[in-house]
Design a protein around this ligand. Structure first.
Ligand code: FAD
Length: 287
């Protein structure tokens, strides 16, 4: 973990673009609440194959204006042309956006294989660097539990390195509940000379059914002891949240104590679950 200890700690919150004006209003209220804790940045997801292209941009601009916190759009290259991406980058430059989360993305289910001029995230990172040089801080995705489509762990790590070599400044991981997977991933990165900050992405636990479905889809493991406990709670939301808060607080504490360079919270547009962990660990004073 030596490569990670030297980085200043950074704390960030991720949102998705709301579908309705009411959802948008609620999201801005959430962002304003979280902004009081002075996170290093917010980020806003990009729908599969560009399906939220304009909503992501509008949400980024609205949150930036409402909170004055650096807000990063996610941008995925799958299904997009270089021209479309270049236009979007230009827009972001004009609006003085500083940071982008650069991804390959996935095709929406049922839409078959990828189209577009760039097949993998390393190509997107290279394209952004070629066309806009050092204009943006580039975050990329990392997978301590291995990306579900990777043929094996070794190849996945090599592919992660391609993104770093192409010019990524930092990485955010897919969520995980097993800290060892993160420590082992960082060690393997260090052996390859990768020293950029690799921030753990943390998914609070608030709902069993959704979490189980989502974890299956993105290849994140929900450990048996967590699954069994959540199953036993059934519809008892209060107990699920209480248990989730304890598990996530412990996980974040373990990660930060070992030298992780911060935490990126997948908020699902809710402030309370992430703030509970933030307050339990007094993250404002752990920078
Ligand atoms: P890549 O790094 O391109 O990797 C994808 C797969 O291809 C891996 O299996 C890798 O091993 C392999 N690979 C990579 N490069 C090569 C190469 N050059 N040759 C051969 N194989 C290669 N999805 C969204 O749709 N919208 C979002 O906003 C979004 N935000 C995310 C944020 C974070 C922090 C994370 C961790 C994930 C996010 N995702 C999002 C999900 C992500 O888009 C998917 O996991 C997607 O399947 C992979 O994207 P990637 O950028 O990691 O792809």
């Amino acid at each position: 973990m030596e490569s990670q200890k030297k980085h200043p700690k950074r704390f960030s919150f991720e949102f998705f673009p709301a579908k309705t004006p009411a959802g948008q209003e609620k999201l801005l209220t959430t962002a304003k609440r979280l902004a009081e804790y002075k996170p290093d940045f917010f980020s806003v997801t990009y729908g599969a194959a560009g399906s939220t292209r304009d909503r992501t941009k509008d949400t980024v601009l609205a949150i930036t204006e409402a909170t004055q916190i650096d807000t990063a759009p996610h941008l995925s290259c799958i299904g997009a042309s270089k021209e479309e991406i270049a236009d979007l980058l230009n827009d972001y430059k004009t609006h003085q956006i500083k940071r982008i989360v650069a991804l390959r993305g996935d095709m929406p289910s049922g839409m078959g294989l990828a189209t577009g001029e760039m097949r993998y995230a390393n190509e997107l990172v290279s394209f952004i660097r070629e066309t806009t040089q050092q204009q943006f801080i580039l975050e990329v995705a990392a997978y301590p539990e291995i990306h579900p489509q990777a043929p094996n762990a070794e190849k996945d790590l090599e592919n992660f390195k391609r993104k770093v070599d192409a010019g990524a400044n930092a990485a955010i991981t897919q969520y995980f509940y097993n800290a060892d997977s993160y420590f082992y991933f960082v060690e393997r990165c260090e052996k390859l000379g990768i020293t950029i900050p690799i921030t753990p992405g943390i998914m609070p636990i608030t709902n069993y059914t959704k979490l189980a479905r989502f974890s299956d889809a993105c290849g994140a493991e929900l450990p048996r002891w967590i699954r069994k406990q959540l199953e036993a709670y059934g519809d008892d939301i209060t107990s699920i949240r209480q248990f989730g808060e304890e598990v996530i607080t412990r996980l974040c504490e373990q990660l930060l104590d070992a030298g992780a360079p911060g935490i990126h919270f997948y908020t699902l547009n809710q402030a309370d679950p992430s703030l509970a962990v933030w307050n339990n660990l007094d993250l404002s004073n752990r920078r």
